[in-house]
Write a protein that binds this ligand. Structure first.
Ligand code: SF4
Ligand code: SF4
Length: 426
């Protein structure tokens, strides 16, 4: 792991601002790890905010809900931040924000719910991992073996992003209530709250709330990729997740603070996951913000909340600068896994060239999962995917550090992603 320049100063002091509701939302039916949902509405239907609009009868998926009230005007392929294009439900906003029944529960009512009832509420609300992976939360809360440790991930190690930080500052109480629900479902393992030492305000707020409880606070050195599940498990518990394995395999579950807050809202407020905090930042933006955004809002519509551009961006990235995905249109909508949107100017970009490896070994030294990016990418360039596989390419967490340190500016992570997709789709 290495220390990166943080670049969080533009937004870390900015409170969460509720974004203006757009005139239309483009709600993708592919917002989670697993199969895309089928639409459960038709063109012409009137829908309410929070109403189910996408689901499947079986398989690994998470339901999708409307983020505004209004009329379904199309179900069609639309821009998607990681897939290029995907089927989406387009809803024209009627500006009444008329919601489905979001009834409140008392603590006593929540305590009376069984583990099965809690899991069903979380599934029905469409909660997925909000740290970027979008893995359906109810699946992670159904571990195949006994769990002894739950890590609440507030590391937020990617540069530029501050959405988790502001959530911890402003919604710590809800996050802890969500964590209690997770603990009940997992059979009361030990809870560790992991926060990097560059977030002293969040650490102080959390400490005040947990100092007389069984929760343990772990203050971690700020380094990248500290927030990755495997790295976090090592840093907090000094346990190694085995190659090809998951934290489950060693009795650990990790959930991001945003996910746990969404679980709190689903259980206490009957609120489906139809909005989330997203950091909009970068040197091209006049007024960077942490925005509470309705899912399906396009970048173009969000810019109204940020004073638009100071200068024309040369690159727009969804997610952080290390793991994020470049976008080619302002018409791409926010999905559940969107953590941030960064607008880079031309002089901030690294020119990746097809240069020859000088065998310096830096990519190997820096790789947090201890694989050999140089050899993997040389094999990939020769279409030798079996060789790449034998070098454990599938363990790559796509953190981007190898590309970051490579003096030859080789697009190592790009080649590795390509090798992984070729092996998966074989
Ligand atoms: S090989 Fe994968 S895990 Fe290792 S540094 Fe490169 S992107 Fe990160
Ligand atoms: S960092 Fe770049 S140049 Fe150095 S060994 Fe790795 S791929 Fe080769």
């Amino acid at each position: 792991m290495i220390k990166l320049r943080e670049n969080k100063e533009s937004t870390h002091h900015k409170p969460i601002k509720v974004a203006n509701l757009p005139s239309k939302v483009y709600i993708s039916l592919s917002q989670h790890f697993g199969a895309a949902c089928e639409p459960k509405v038709s063109v012409g239907d009137e829908v309410k905010t929070g109403q189910l609009i996408g689901s499947l009868d079986k398989g690994l998926f998470s339901p999708v809900h409307s983020s505004v009230s209004g009329k379904v005007i199309a179900i069609q392929d639309c821009p998607h931040p990681s897939l290029g294009k995907a089927k989406a439900v387009v809803i024209e906003n009627d500006n009444t924000d008329s919601k489905i029944n979001e009834s409140l529960k008392t603590e006593q009512e929540v305590n009376n719910l069984s583990v099965e009832q809690l899991r069903k509420i979380i599934f029905d609300a469409g909660v997925v991992g909000l740290g970027g992976a979008a893995f359906p939360a109810h699946v992670k809360l159904t571990p195949p073996k006994k769990i002894d440790s739950f890590i609440l991930n507030g590391a937020e190690c990617e540069p530029y992003l501050t959405n988790d930080f502001v959530l911890m500052k402003q919604k710590a109480g809800g996050i802890l209530e969500g964590a209690k629900i997770v603990l009940k479902i997992l059979g009361d393992p030990q809870c560790y709250i992991a926060i990097e030492d560059n977030k002293p305000e969040a650490i102080k707020i959390m400490w005040e709330l947990i100092k007389d409880t069984n929760f343990k606070l772990k203050v971690l050195k700020s380094s990248y990729p500290q927030g990755g599940e495997k790295q976090l498990t090592k840093s907090v518990l000094n346990r190694e997740v085995p190659s090809g394995g998951l934290p489950f395999d060693i009795g650990v579950v990790v959930h991001n603070v945003g996910t746990v807050f969404a679980i709190y809202e689903a259980v206490y407020k009957s609120k489906p996951l139809y909005e989330k905090v997203v950091t909009l930042t970068g040197s091209c933006l006049a007024n960077p913000q942490n925005l509470l955004v309705r899912i399906g809002t396009t970048v173009r519509d969000l810019l109204d909340n940020c004073g638009s551009f100071k200068n024309e961006p040369a690159k727009i990235v969804f997610g952080g600068p290390m793991m994020g995905t470049a976008q080619f249109t302002l018409d791409v909508p926010v999905i559940k896994s969107t953590t941030g949107i960064i607008f880079f100017s031309k002089n901030e970009l690294t020119n990746r060239e097809d240069r020859v490896c000088c065998r310096c070994g830096r990519c190997v030294d820096v790789c947090p999962v201890k694989i050999m990016p140089a050899f993997i990418t040389m094999a990939t360039e020769r279409d030798k995917f079996e060789v790449a596989k034998s070098y454990d390419v599938m363990d790559c967490i796509e953190c981007g550090l190898c590309s970051y340190v490579c003096p030859a500016r080789r697009d190592l992570v790009g080649l590795i992603k390509y090798a992984k997709s070729r092996i998966k789709n074989k």
